[in-house]
Design a protein. Structure first.
Length: 288
């Protein structure tokens, strides 16, 4: 039985990644947070990997509050870059493969068409810079690695207070409006679909960088409207906004992807985000 270690397994994506591998017969070690292992300690990470002896490590943990990171740059690079360095070095010393979950925030959003894997990154905020630095650590440390860049994620796991879907539903049910940006466009992605893609990719030896998202394009505003519609809630409470009016950190305007690597290996694309959201919302009904 193959062994997989998943960091950030208490989170939105990490939970789905761990479940997907486990459902498919893998032995999974879930690292839920600092209580399991301090990712900022190189020795603690190495000891953890040596103890479990995974065939594969999926690093999905990280610090994702873009606005807070503008005020806490040091902590951001520690959580997103140094933790990745420690895992990459542990994988190098033990010979196991690694997959790093990165982000569309490594791009500046100024390209008119979708970004492919060979476009040059140019992040516009601290979060994006820390993710790009982490990518560079992985690619310079290892030969056997995958870097998966993805976009805004939705799902029904993780911490409810930080969950995009539950936040919208809770606010609308309370009769409060929700502001969502119309000027940020990307490929919204269902964590369950992404987790399945990650598992499939890990079973190949086609190492490198991948852009993996659901197909289709939407703004945060359009995504929020669809959540309200599918939940049967008042779409009139979803208010259009400019990201600069409601956020501190600069946001890239258009980080849509045009993947070259994924279809080259699997000759397909992931389902449309609207279909994925409908499936996700159906699952959410059992958790409301």
């Amino acid at each position: 039985m193959k062994k997989v270690m998943v960091t950030g397994a208490s989170g939105l994506l990490g939970g789905d990644i761990a479940d997907t591998f486990e459902t498919n017969g893998y032995q999974v070690r879930r690292l839920m947070g600092r209580r399991d292992v301090n990712l900022l300690s190189a020795q603690a990470v190495l000891d953890c990997v040596n103890e479990f002896k995974p065939d594969f490590v999926v690093h999905a943990a990280g610090y994702r509050d873009l606005d807070e990171l503008e005020r806490r740059e040091r902590e951001g690079f520690a959580a997103n870059t140094m933790s990745t360095r420690n895992i990459a070095q542990a994988c190098r010393q033990t010979g196991c493969m690694m997959m790093y979950i990165s982000s569309d925030t490594v791009f500046d959003g100024e390209k008119a068409t979708g970004y492919h894997e060979f476009d040059t990154p140019c992040p516009v905020n601290i979060y994006g810079k820390s993710k790009l630095a982490a990518e560079q650590v992985v690619s310079s440390s290892l030969d056997k690695y995958f870097i998966v860049r993805t976009a805004i994620l939705f799902g029904y796991k993780g911490h409810r207070e930080n969950n995009f879907i539950f936040h919208i539903m809770d606010e609308l049910k309370a009769g409060r409006s929700v502001c969502a940006s119309r000027n940020q466009v990307c490929n919204p992605t269902y964590t369950a679909d992404l987790a399945e893609a990650i598992m499939r990719l890990s079973e190949t030896k086609w190492y490198g960088i991948y852009h993996i998202t659901n197909s289709g394009i939407a703004s945060r505003y359009e995504l929020s409207l669809k959540v309200a519609e599918l939940a049967g809630l008042d779409t009139g409470l979803i208010r259009e906004a400019d990201s600069s009016d409601i956020k501190t950190a600069r946001r890239a305007k258009n980080t849509t992807f045009h993947s070259l690597a994924w279809p080259a290996v699997f000759d397909e694309e992931l389902p449309c985000w609207k279909d994925a959201l409908a499936r996700c919302m159906e699952a959410c009904k059992n958790m409301v």
